[in-house]
Design a protein around this ligand. Structure first.
Ligand SMILES: [Zn+2]
Length: 110
């Protein structure tokens, strides 16, 4: 037994390995110890309550690309020019369509 294993053993007095039983890997974030992609995702994400507009964006016949863009737009996170200007002070902020007003979510959609 190496010094490291001896130290581990001394810190875990209740640990009594059984050499007659094969070792097996356990996925600790899930209660039954088996790994699945959904349990990995669940262990990584922070759960949030569903928003009321959830069904407006995500529905069975949706086009995922369009749903994603709509979801980002509703969140106000599209890379509009006024948002880009926060990261790049030299960026132009006027609307690409009318070239008059600052390009923002409110200007583009409302
Ligand atoms: Zn415009």
């Amino acid at each position: 037994m190496s010094i490291d294993l001896f130290e581990i053993r001394s810190r875990m007095p209740s640990y009594n390995p059984n050499s007659n039983v094969n070792d097996r890997a356990r996925w600790l974030p899930f209660s039954n110890g088996t790994y699945s992609a959904s349990s990995a995702l669940a262990s990584l994400r922070t759960p949030h309550p569903f928003v009321p507009w959830f069904k407006l964006v995500w529905f069975p016949q949706n086009i995922p690309r369009m749903s994603f863009i709509l979801w980002v737009a509703i969140r106000g996170r599209l890379p509009t020019r006024n948002r880009i200007h926060k990261y790049d002070p030299m960026a132009v902020t006027t609307c690409v369509l009318c070239n008059t007003y600052p390009e923002s979510h409110a200007h583009l959609f409302f």
